[in-house]
Design a protein around this ligand. Structure first.
Ligand SMILES: Nc1ncnc2c1ncn2[C@@H]1O[C@H](COP(=O)(O)OP(=O)(O)O)[C@@H](O)[C@H]1O
Ligand SMILES: CC(C)(COP(=O)(O)O)[C@@H](O)C(=O)NCCC(=O)O
Ligand SMILES: [K+]
Length: 243
């Protein structure tokens, strides 16, 4: 079995794969990886892949160094099943690449827009020939709430939970709607613009932040919370003979 470790700016995700399907996914601290020993003790792990978008703490590195199996550390030299046209592969976030690999695995002959709503919202375009062209980076949900509070004099830190209106009628609803509708319209705008350019476009939506947006675009959106993990699993298998 494969152990897949995706370390993001907010959370780490640990996943056990048997073939292409995740048997178990654990949310973990991205600074301690405290659940790593437990998940390893409960499965017959044969190899692992680690992808991180942050500099790892001593504690996390210590946990990873104790892994009793071969580990593939994803980096810009790792062989990929898609062509990477990003001009700075050395700075590309591995989660972005993995999300693209996960989407391309499911629909290898389609133009795909991949949206990952986590700490940041990232937008990736991979074409029907399996070429990753790049994409955009936008503030994620919590980042938007925090920025409005931290970068102004009087705005409170508003939570995701609470009264939702399309147009705010007090400070709380004004900020919540500004964040949630802002994300919805941003995402819908990308989908409409890309679909105009690529009429056969498919859209994947992944990431920890789930927010409902009721647009008629739902019909072309594939929601797959574990897209990055699936992409990392595919990359691990693609490099089987190299670890
Ligand atoms: N179990 C969870 N633990 C932490 N954050 C969660 C969880 N479920 C949903 N979230 C939300 O998802 C976001 C993290 O999404 P994720 O895609 O894991 O982030 P990243 O990959 O950027 O670390 C957080 O901002 C939080 O609002
Ligand atoms: C944009 C990101 C912070 C997203 O990470 P996440 O939201 O998953 O924590 C990450 O992909 C990253 O650090 N990228 C480096 C810059 C680049 O991709 O060009
Ligand atoms: K992510």
């Amino acid at each position: 079995m494969n152990l897949v470790i995706d370390i993001g700016n907010t959370t780490a995700k640990l996943a056990l794969f048997d073939g292409t399907l995740p048997l178990e996914v654990v949310y973990d601290s991205n600074s301690t990886l405290e659940h790593l020993p437990d998940i390893c003790s409960r499965y017959a792990v044969e190899k692992a892949i680690v992808a991180s978008v942050i500099d790892l703490s001593e504690c996390a590195l210590a946990q990873l160094s104790k892994l009793p199996v071969p580990v593939l550390w994803l980096n810009e030299k790792t062989l990929l099943p898609v062509e990477n046209l990003y001009e700075t592969p050395e700075t590309l976030g591995y989660d972005r690449m993995a999300a693209v690999v996960g989407a391309n695995e499911q629909f290898p002959d389609r133009d795909i827009l991949v949206i990952d709503a986590g700490t940041c919202i990232t937008y990736e375009f991979v074409d029907a020939s399996g070429r990753y062209h790049g994409g955009n980076i936008s503030p994620g949900m919590q980042m938007r709430f925090k920025a409005l509070h931290q970068l102004t004099g009087r705005l409170p830190l508003v939570s995701r939970e609470g009264r939702e209106l399309p147009m705010g009628r007090d400070t709380d609803t004004a900020i919540r709607a500004g964040v949630l509708k802002g994300m919805e319209y941003e995402i819908s705008g990308y989908i409409v613009a890309m679909k105009h350019k690529y009429p056969e476009l498919l859209v994947f939506l992944t990431g920890g932040d789930d927010f409902s947006f009721d647009t008629n675009l739902k019909s072309i959106i594939f929601a797959d919370r574990f897209l990055v993990l699936k992409g990392l699993n595919r990359i691990l298998n693609y490099n089987n003979d190299k670890i």
